[in-house]
Design a binder for this molecule. Sequence first.
Ligand code: NAD
Length: 403
Amino acid sequence: MASLQFNVRPFRAIVPSRPSCLPKCGRIQCSVTSTHKRYNITLLPGDGIGPEVISVAKDVLKLAGSQEGIEFRFQEMPVGGAALDLTGVPLPEETLSVAKQSDAVLLGAIGGYKWDNNEKHLKPETGLLQLRAGLGVFANLRPATVLPQLVDSSTLKKEVAEGVDLMVVRELTGGIYFGKPRGFGTNEKGEEIGFNTEVYATYEIDRIAHVAFETARKRRGKLCSVDKANVLEASMLWRKRVTMVASEYPDIELSHMYVDNAAMQLIRDPKQFDTIVTNNIFGDILSDEASMLTGSIGMLPSASLGESGPGLFEPIHGSAPDIAGQNKANPLATVLSAAMLLRYGLGEENAAKRIENAVMETLDKGFRTGDIFSSGKGLGFEGSLLFLPWGRSLRPNVSSTSL
Ligand SMILES: NC(=O)c1ccc[n+]([C@@H]2O[C@H](COP(=O)([O-])OP(=O)(O)OC[C@H]3O[C@@H](n4cnc5c(N)ncnc54)[C@H](O)[C@@H]3O)[C@@H](O)[C@H]2O)c1
């Protein structure tokens, strides 16, 4: 029975309400009686290539769902520049309200030249930060996987890049980006200073640690906690708490690494990592570094999860205004974000696997967008085509010429 397939006990112990990274028990129980599950998904296409890639991901979700007895109800809402043009604000209240009431949120991308000179509170990016805060998503999961078909796209030597499959779990709502006091002032010599505060409370460390241990459990069972505990007090507390939480996960192999060493090891021997957990600022930097091991920003998905409520799933790339509207965007980062939505947002592992297999099969067949096309390899295709393993393509516009 579907409701018995998920091990929810460890999460229930940490948080009173259902974390978004778990299936909704009520809905899963529904599935036991009806075998037909229904989820409400908020789609936030946003700007630039956002609508293009979301449209593909929506079709893929529908098709994968139909194979697994899942029905999706999609509601499309404006965010970012699109919302500014429509309503004058980058995150309308109604968008947040619909998003909060849904089972999961899939975002395209926001931003564009048109709004670059807006005041800060009227920038598309502000809408994205408000959305993350409004949904209370504190855990950011970013996989970096070097697919065998794309190993030549990595800037690292083939023998270093081949087989890399890691996940960075980044704390998203605490640390130095939010810590107070912060600001500008003058020192005793009368010089201007800028200052920020790196601060973590135990509950913030514990909850991200639990997400990381659970994530490692779904992967290869190895977790590396990255900090700067030789210098920073906040990191000393981080290491202490992560070590304490580890006692609840005897099946997970925990190690600790200083951030400077981690930055080096990611380039030297990235295959040593399975799951990495780290604070907000280190995660910001290391997840970008890790993503570049894979070669293309157009392939990388992400998930942001909270203690309760829907998770937010989005490609890591931006709105790519330079290629928007030209049918050149690689939709796979968003399609893989939809797979993360199924796995981490809804607990629909089979449907998630279907999508991931479809992506692999598409690449195996040699189809490539411009960003992942290497000369002499692959057929090339216009951006929004995706082949699915159950034998049909989502778009008829196959092109056998490279972009
Ligand atoms: N989460 C988000 O929505 C997000 C993230 C980053 C940047 N942005 C915004 O996006 C806008 C453009 O920013 P940028 O140029 O620094 O970053 P970007 O990720 O939009 O683009 C960087 C480069 O990668 C290419 N690229 C990105 N996604 C691609 C895809 N799916 N397929 C093929 N090529 C792809 C682009 O064409 C561009 O050359 C800015 O307004 C920025 O603020 C939004």
